[in-house]
Each structure stands twice: as structure tokens, then as C-alpha cells.
Design a protein around this ligand. Sequence first.
Ligand SMILES: NC(=O)c1ccc[n+]([C@@H]2O[C@H](COP(=O)([O-])OP(=O)(O)OC[C@H]3O[C@@H](n4cnc5c(N)ncnc54)[C@H](O)[C@@H]3O)[C@@H](O)[C@H]2O)c1
Length: 326
Amino acid sequence: MKTKNKKKILITGVAGFIGFSLAQKILQSKNYYVIGIDNLNTYYSKKLKLKRLDLLKSKNFKFYKIDLTEKNKLYGLFKKHKFDIIFNLAAQAGVRYSFKNPKSYTNTNIIGFLNLIEMLKNFKVDRLFFASSSSIYGDQKPFPKKEDSELNPINLYSLSKLSNEQFANSMSKIIKTKMIGLRFFTIYGPWGRPDMMILKYLISAYKGSSFPLFNNGDHFRDFTYIDDAINICIFLIKIKLKKKFDIFNICSSKPVHITKILKEIDKYSKKPLIKKKARDKADVYKTYGDNKKIINFLKKKVKFTTHNQGVKNTCEWFLKNKKIFN
Ligand SMILES: NC(=O)c1ccc[n+]([C@@H]2O[C@H](COP(=O)([O-])OP(=O)(O)OC[C@H]3O[C@@H](n4cnc5c(N)ncnc54)[C@H](O)[C@@H]3O)[C@@H](O)[C@H]2O)c1
């Protein structure tokens, strides 16, 4: 495969929700060659991750099963391919699971991230985009949260993300690669994560299992549709970056009450049995980000999908593909 005139993009966590969605979109253009890595762990359905790897049908895509903690393999990968751009989307995600299995957060999100940055000392890469998270803002007013708002991580997941930002900030002073942190806010949509609310609810209804509803659903989330987040990432690939380090909120800036989303899903699917649970200590009450910084930076009209449309698309995708979750 001729890759000479194509830009090479490395996507870590390519079998994951955002990594897959980004790779799929990039591969619509003939100008890029995408190399994806993932350890294909079983935190959630491996079948779903393997299905996402249908990406391999594209001749501009190559996959390697590599864990970010395997430094030698990472070195070999960087030696073989000259990457122009990296998106680090591999992570141990989920806030509640961080109390159950803290080690997976330090291994992937901290050590794995450091290994990746180490590569940038030896190999020239123009820009690294890395996933941070809205959860680092914690649970305090005022809203909406701006990139320079006070940070207050309340669990190991958000701490690991904050450490990534701080580490990237300090390393960007000695490494040539520009480093941009993307604070994603509750990304949802087709091919989404079965451990997150919308798919979890649909799967419970499909399988006849009960759905745990925390705090009577009395939470707000700044639900952000996957295509909107991916469009922003695509703009960021092309735009000129002046700063060595920066941080952007990636959010629709429209928080929605959880019960409103569940009611919306009920229009398309039967209701699961609800099992009421107390508020979980890992959950913040509300996420609500300000997205003006990224919009002004891109100088583009950024379109955000309404939650009604986004939920509809997600439910329709699920109903067509529910056998993946058998
Ligand atoms: N989806 C959201 O709403 C959201 C919100 C905030 C932040 N984020 C962040 O965005 C990124 C992508 O999230 P996602 O929703 O696609 O999660 P995901 O779990 O679907 O994808 C992560 C992928 O990384 C892989 N992975 C995990 N550990 C690895 C390791 N050590 N080496 C190689 N691969 C590994 C997993 O197998 C998985 O396929 C993550 O960093 C996540 O923390 C996501």
C-alpha cells in the first residue's frame, strides 16, 4: 500500500467508541493512512470491539494489538511508522469502576500515557491530541465550566486524566510535539459504550435484565453527540496550531436531566425493569461545559446535534445491531 503522500495518524484505543468513530471518519478521506492500536481488553463486550475492527476493510487502515504498557512494542511501532499526528484515546474509562479496579487506571492512564510521551522524545511527531475528561471539574458550581475553571477530581479516573494534562503540559516544554488535551463530556451515539447509560438502558430492555438507576436519575449530563465530537477532531487535524500546549472542552454545552433522556429512549424501545440505587460516590451531580473556546479557536460554524435527534439515531442503530450484545 502506497502511504508516501498520505499523512499517517496513530489512533490508540481504536477498537473503542471514540477511537473507532474517529478512524471511520478519517478513512473517508484518501489523504490519510490510519494505524490503530488497542489491547482489546474485556472491560466491556469484546465482540463489539472486534466488530468495530471492520475498519480493516479499508486499505488505508492497519491494526496492531498493542497495550500501552508494552513499551518495547510501542518503540517498534514508532520505528516502523513515521506518525504525523497521534490521537491517544486508549484508556481505562468509567468513573465507578475506578473504585473496583484502581490498578487498571494507573497502568493504562498513567504509565501507558507516560510511555507514549516517552516515544515523542525519540520520534518526531507534529501533534498529539489526548483524551481528558469533564470529570476533572468535579462537583462544584459555578456552571458552565470553562477550561480555566477550578479543577476538583473526585475519583481515580479523573485524577488520572488531570495527571495526563499536567504531564503533557510540562513535557511540551522540552518536546517539539504540540500537545492538545480534549476534555470530552458524555459522548454518546451509534457504536457507543455499553457501560454508559444510554446503551446500558437499551441492553437491559433487550435482555430483560434490570437497569440500575442511581439517585432516581437526578443528575445532569452535558450529552454530546459522537459525530459532533468527531467533526471537531477532524477540524483539529487540519488547523494550524500555534501553542505548544492547550486544553479544550468538547461539549454541546446543553446539560440534560437523565430522566429526560430515559423518557426519550422509551419512545423507541420497551422499558427495562428499573432497580433504584442510592447516589454513587463516584458520580458528580452535574456536568455542564462551556464550548466557546473551541468554537472560537476553530473559527468554524460548529453544529451540535439536539439530544432528541442524537437519542433517536442511537436507538435506531441499537435496534438494527442488537445481536452484537447477545
Ligand atoms: N465516551 C465518553 O463519554 C468520554 C468522556 C470523557 C472522556 N473520555 C475519554 O475518551 C477516551 C476514549 O473513550 P471511549 O469512550 O472511546 O472509551 P472506550 O473504552 O470505548 O475505548 C478505549 C479503548 O482503549 C482500549 N485500551 C484500554 N486500555 C488499553 C491499553 N492499556 N492499551 C491499549 N489499549 C487500551 C480499550 O480496549 C478500548 O477499546 C478515553 O480516554 C476516555 O477516558 C470518554
